[in-house]
Design a protein around this ligand. Structure first.
Ligand SMILES: [Zn+2]
Length: 439
């Protein structure tokens, strides 16, 4: 059902044309916006003038908030406190109190804000406030200044994932006014980009709520597709300690690089075995766990037997095959490389391991109330994805089912000239509108 709307004349003339047709229209922003906003059908809410005006005003608010968020240079591991203060002030204007959970050195903070009554389990809208660093060259616009060009909004973090945060914040005034029984929890974290570091303490904080939320919607870029699972990741470094000496007397030493190479071969064999024998989960493009060595460093000179070698490898596991189990097996097999005699001869012979970073896979419980609630609003479900999010931590540590659904294309994330399409902002905003209407 699509009613004719006076501000959306182009749409009523060409109802079936894709958005791109309209992006080259004369720069009449009002009609351009109307087109943008009318492109997405939402028969549940109708498309009368009031809804349209509302959406247009909200779209302006999103862009204004996004402009502010992008201007905070919240590169991972650097302070995000200015951004957090801005969000806190913004929420306070509408009477929303937020609490902060700081990093150990108090230079970064997570924000948790609840809107609505707390008499029943609510929903989480989750996003990270940090962004990846900016490359020196190759940006057409300032990365810290939101720039509109050709139907896109450019800026570091516009896609990953300040665009989602801006949409959530722009909906706050209406949500507050609606006085819903079901609470909405905004969970904005720090240091996601270095392996979901900040969100752990935020998830702990959620346990203090009167009711555990029924679903977490993680707004990482999925082009607004509903994603119900992702792989886990574990990044491990291993240092091999051997015994050095002049290379001409090699048999009297313990060559750490060669032992490192054998360990790497074991890792490669395991990875090959996953590909050939599973376990498989065909919801993923690569339907099995993967493992590979990505960095190697060892040796000091061409004529010295190396006494040290360090290599780094990663496991990306399907949720049904825990990374911990894979790691334990690999470790056991690698440590057996040193025979009892070798250990007797060289007391320093060892492999020392360090898990540099890990986050769990995510596989939402499809029978959970929260998942069913979201799926009703978003019946088309996409495949699972191989990149990670904080969703696995909500699920594993917080016992809260999680899905991923956010504006923008993951291909834009972490890239020079990062952008989000305006249409994605609109689609996300309409999704949030429906979500809140259903609470
Ligand atoms: Zn992200």
């Amino acid at each position: 059902m699509r009613r004719v709307f006076i501000l959306s004349l182009p749409i009523s003339l060409y109802p079936d044309r894709p958005l791109s047709v309209y992006q080259n229209m004369p720069p009449d922003t009002r009609s351009e916006k109307a087109v943008l906003i009318n492109v997405v059908d939402s028969p549940e809410l109708g498309q009368d003038n009031f809804v349209m005006e509302n959406r247009m005003a909200r779209y302006d608010a999103v862009v204004e908030i996004l402009r502010k968020l992008v201007a905070f240079e919240t590169i991972t591991t650097q302070s995000n406190l200015d951004l957090i203060a801005y969000v806190q002030d913004y929420l306070e204007q509408y009477g929303v109190v937020s609490r902060l959970v700081y990093s150990a050195d108090a230079t970064r903070a997570n924000l948790l804000a609840t809107i609505g009554e707390q008499s029943c389990p609510g929903i989480i809208l989750s996003g990270h406030t940090d962004v990846v660093p900016v490359e020196k060259d190759g940006w057409n616009f300032s990365p810290w200044q939101l720039t509109e060009h050709d139907g896109k909004l450019y800026g570091r973090g516009s896609c990953d994932m300040k665009g989602f945060l801006a949409v959530c914040l722009a909906h706050v005034p209406e949500l507050v006014a609606a006085k819903k029984q079901t609470p909405v929890h905004l969970c904005f974290s720090y240091d996601e980009e270095v392996g979901c570091v900040g969100v752990h303490s935020l998830v702990e904080e959620l346990a203090t709520l009167p009711h555990l939320p029924k679903i977490a919607i993680v707004g990482e870029p999925t082009m607004m597709q509903l994603v119900r699972g992702h792989k886990g990741k574990m990044l491990i470094s291993c240092t091999v300690s051997g015994h050095a000496g002049h290379s001409s007397a090699a048999p009297q030493h313990l060559n750490a690089v060669e032992y490192g190479a054998q360990a790497i071969a074991i890792i490669a064999d395991y990875a090959k075995n996953f590909a050939e024998n599973g376990p498989y989960n065909h919801d993923y493009t690569i339907p099995h766990s993967t493992m590979l060595t990505t960095l190697v460093d060892g040796g000091v000179a061409t004529n010295i037997t190396p006494d040290s070698c360090r290599f780094v490898f990663e496991i990306r596991n399907i949720p049904e095959q825990p990374a911990e189990t894979i790691f334990a097996e690999v470790r056991h097999q690698v440590e057996n490389l040193f025979s009892a005699t070798t250990k007797q001869h060289f007391s320093q012979a060892s492999f020392s391991w360090n898990v540099e970073n890990a986050y769990p896979g995510m596989a939402v419980d499809e029978n959970s109330e929260g998942y069913q609630f979201v799926k009703k609003l978003h019946p088309e479900v996409a495949d699972c994805v191989s990149y990670g999010t904080e969703g696995g931590i909500f699920q594993q540590e917080g016992e809260i089912p999680a899905v991923i659904c956010g504006p923008g294309n993951i291909a834009q994330a972490h890239m020079r000239n990062e952008y989000i399409e305006k249409d994605q902002i609109v689609q996300c905003s309409i999704f949030i509108e429906k979500l809140f209407a259903a609470l």
